[in-house]
Design a binder for this molecule. Sequence first.
Ligand code: ZN
Length: 242
Amino acid sequence: MSVRGSGVNRGPRRQRETHRSGRSGWLRAAVLGSDDAIVSTASLMIGVAASSASKQAILIAGVAGLVAGSMSMAVGEYVSVSSQRDSEQADIALEQQELAAEPGAELNELAMVYVNRGLEKELAMKVAEQLSARDRLGSHLRDELGIDRASLARPLQAAWISAASFASFAAVPITALLVAPASQRIPAISMLSLVSLAALGAFGGHLGGAPRGRAALRVTIGGGFAMAVTAVIGRLLGVSLS
Ligand SMILES: [Zn+2]
């Protein structure tokens, strides 16, 4: 991560990264976390249910999975977004130093960014001067490094969103358990979970501009496989340990 922002052609690379994790970044993270939440919680509950455990035991497994998963998502997001924020702040500090030390060279550098984007040299210089007059640091951060100060990485927000997202989607298989009749617990948990996965997969594909059907199919098959494996293991363990 610390490599970002150093090196000669950091501009374009930095910009692409920011773009990818930009405004739709948290939304995509929420959708990805929700797949995790459904697959892991449903699998956990199905594994326990397949061992012929009581409704109470399955419920405890589901709730424990929800809490553990939410906490682990929050910590993971906090750590990863914090290091992103650290590298943004290091970039900003470096740019401030450079602006103070070599204002002339920095102005030329900014003008060259606009030349590379297709402006004539004279016009580029004029643009650089006028933008610098208004907000010098902001112009350099935006056009040279691709950092928008209005959307800097927010570790706590990211942690909170992913934990909340995990918890709400882990509630899907738990709800299925609560409403299903005793004989239909495993089919109810898996069906409701797979339908939700398919819907989320289609939505995620839509966000990423990918074919929706294919995205939905992939996540549904993956989720179904995970549930089947834990069901078999739960069943085997239930038989051998009882
Ligand atoms: Zn600069």
